[in-house]
Design a protein around this ligand. Sequence first.
Ligand SMILES: [Zn+2]
Length: 255
Amino acid sequence: MKRTLIDTHAHMLNASYKEELTNRIEQAQKEVKLLLNISWDIKTSYEVISLNKKYPFMKPVVGIHPSHAHEDFDKINELDSLITKDVLAVGEIGLDYYHSVEHVELQKKVFEQQIQIAQKHNLPIIVHTRNSLEDAWVIIKKHPEQKFLLHSWSGNEELTKEYLTHKNIYFSFTGVLTFKNAEETRKAFLIIPKERILSETDCPWLAPVPHRGKENIPQYVSYVNEKMAELWNISIAEADKLLENNFTTFFNEKK
Ligand SMILES: [Zn+2]
């Protein structure tokens, strides 16, 4: 039986695919039912929307990544006006203190402004946090009704418990879950109710074992689902089904 796979976080516009992009898309389409094509600035936000017209299985997610906040902070209104009915979520937005702490206040402001835009359009949000889970929580908990998907979750058990108090937060996990040294991530994974988990690749990065260190592609989400099935002690078919249901619930059956 053919598996139903959904990759909730793929960067198909990443430069590493460039010449191979059409190939990569066509290969992914054979194995993946849907993928969320994640932009990171205004330019790529337009591009994910136009790619979706040619490839309907690649759902557009638009927004300004915190590492680009200092470049596109003056284009928030443009983000608001480029959103079409095909857009599935606002993302990836949030705070990133790993790449730079130079623009922390600006990152926070741009994060808040984009939360407002998501609320105006009644869209869920895909959140990126890196070395910033405490500060991101301060902002997120101010919006208890908003749906947030915490992408590539890396919180420890304590932070995971804190985030779990927000009723509309889901967590997504990447191939990191398959890494030998990711014991903390697996512990956090296991304290989250199964119904609040999604799977993703974050391709072209974070390829799961047995492809670790190589280029990642959307169909490798299969390995993430398999790891989840193992950790949950259920069959792969059950895990695929559960993850598909969670996707449908989180995104309001908007497909
Ligand atoms: Zn990403």
